[in-house]
Design a binder for this molecule. Structure first.
Ligand SMILES: Cc1ncc(COP(=O)(O)O)c(C=O)c1O
Length: 462
């Protein structure tokens, strides 16, 4: 390992970073990003990288957008902070809530602001519990999520998340959080099972799970339309068609976690529109402000709102809220972001760029290291395997995808590795066609370097 730069050494001595092996990180140190412009970010040596992950699936409009910077500065000058507690309000929150109701994919009665996807999903759980208490159904509290789901890291949101790395040694999940099967045909279909049959089986299993637990104890089902951090998993086309009636039959609230898929990622305003289902409630965050400032929200249907209303009347207060929920500066930036999405037809353009993006992605499915190349819209995943035919994975401790990330960085491309040796891609929605070509050229070279390394180290051998 080369010695760490001064700044990197200071980082290692001062920060605890999320999602890293904290021990090996002490030697490798951070990649320090200094500035960004368009779809490029630049490290402290001035080296440019294509930001193939839009930060963390969020910077949809890319970097250095002057209009967003101006919106933030203007709002900071006008009113730098105001809250929504105890009946106070401010116009950016009101306007943003109105805008969100207008563009919502299903009828939405009210909007509750939070600061992160985790807070939005925690709020969803609390609302559903409050709702069922209001309706006199105190036992209807269990929440069903799915294996490999990612819904965040706060205590309840991490319990929804279906990834062992978010549970192990954190004493999670909490009781009352259940995980249904993951709709990943490549990994979990039975021999010879078609996508359609697989989806039918999963819906049957969900039904059986709810019946076994007792429908009177199951409150909600939460799902990402396309799973992101679990490895970019696109469900079978008919999956939600089959899942929705099961939930409705058992009076289970369906929550679409649109933290990644909201605001154009799949080529539609919201992911549930692309996947063809109508949830009751939605969680949104990330691209809502193009990642320029933290802001998130829960979109609440009228039935849920009515229950909140009656329960808070009964007990005297709706006792939930975050100091910075609906922060005026974040709200002003989100409003401007949504204005730009509409004015520049960003979602339509994402839909137009999806076929060339997906074609280049799927072509990498032919690479000797790639077991499956999958995606939808402008999101993609490459699952790296030791043996394509048997789908045998690499041993986790070899961290093959993490090594591929390093090779991609050498090539001037930022991608992410998630559990199961999946490389994920989610570039800013404003990426041009030429930049898409360049992104995949760089990724292909990184995969070749990874293959050379895997071969040299004999990591593919059983
Ligand atoms: C689908 C989904 N839900 C929730 C979250 C949690 O969001 P946050 O990291 O803002 O808490 C994420 C983060 O990546 C996500 O992808």
């Amino acid at each position: 390992m080369p010695p760490l730069s001064n700044l990197a050494a200071r980082d290692v001595e001062t920060l605890v970073h999320p999602y890293i092996n904290l021990a090996s990180f002490r030697d490798s140190g951070p990649l320090i990003i200094e500035r960004g412009q368009g779809v490029f970010v630049y490290d402290t040596d001035g080296k440019p990288y294509i930001e193939g992950m839009a930060g963390l699936w969020c910077t949809a409009l890319g970097y250095g957008n002057e209009e967003l910077a101006e919106a933030a500065a203007a709002q900071m000058r006008k009113l730098s902070f105001a809250h929504l507690f105890t009946g106070r309000s401010h116009d950016p929150a009101i306007e943003l809530a109105e805008k969100l109701k207008e563009i919502a994919p299903v009828p939405i009665s009210k909007v509750f602001f939070c600061n992160s996807g985790s807070e939005a999903n925690d709020t969803q759980i609390k609302l559903v519990w409050y709702f069922n208490n209001a309706l006199g159904r105190p036992r209807k509290k269990k929440i069903i999520s799915r294996v490999k789901a990612y819904h965040g890291v706060t205590v309840a949101a991490a319990s929804l998340t279906g990834l062992p790395g978010n549970h192990r040694d954190f004493d999670l999940p909490l009781p009352g959080f259940l995980h249904a099967a993951c709709p990943h045909h490549y990994r979990f279909a039975a021999d010879g099972e078609s996508e359609e049959e697989f989806a039918t089986r999963l819906a049957g299993e969900l039904d059986a799970l709810i019946v076994k637990e007792g429908p009177e104890t199951v409150a909600a089902f939460i799902a990402e339309p396309v799973m992101g951090a679990g490895g970019v998993i696109v469900p079978p086309a008919s999956y939600f068609d089959k899942i929705m009636p099961v939930c409705l039959k058992h009076d289970v609230v369906v929550i679409s976690d649109e933290v990644i898929t909201g605001f154009g990622r799949l080529g539609s305003a919201f992911g549930c529109q692309r996947l063809g289902f109508a949830p009751h409630a939605l969680s949104i965050a990330k691209a809502m402000s193009s990642g320029y400032l933290p802001i998130a929200a829960v979109m609440i249907p009228e039935s849920l709102y009515q229950a909140l209303l009656s329960e808070s009347k009964k007990i005297g207060m709706f006792g939930h809220g975050f100091t910075y929920g609906g922060h005026p500066v974040s709200a002003a930036v989100a409003l401007k972001t949504i204005e730009i999405y509409g004015r520049e037809r960003i979602f339509e353009q994402a839909a137009e760029k999806a076929p060339p993006f997906q074609a280049r992605l799927k072509a990498l499915g032919g690479h000797p290291l790639v077991g499956e190349a999958r995606g939808l819209g402008l999101i993609g995943g490459l699952e790296l395997v030791a043996d394509k035919r048997s789908k045998r994975s690499f041993e986790a401790h070899h961290a093959v995808a993490a090594r591929a990330v390093r090779f991609a960085e050498q090539e001037g491309l930022i991608v992410r590795a998630v559990a199961g040796d999946v490389l994920t891609l989610s570039p800013p929605l404003v990426i041009s066609r030429t930049e898409i070509e360049e992104l995949f050229d760089r990724l292909a070279r990184a995969l070749d370097k990874t293959l050379d390394w895997v071969t040299r180290e004999r990591l593919a051998q059983a």
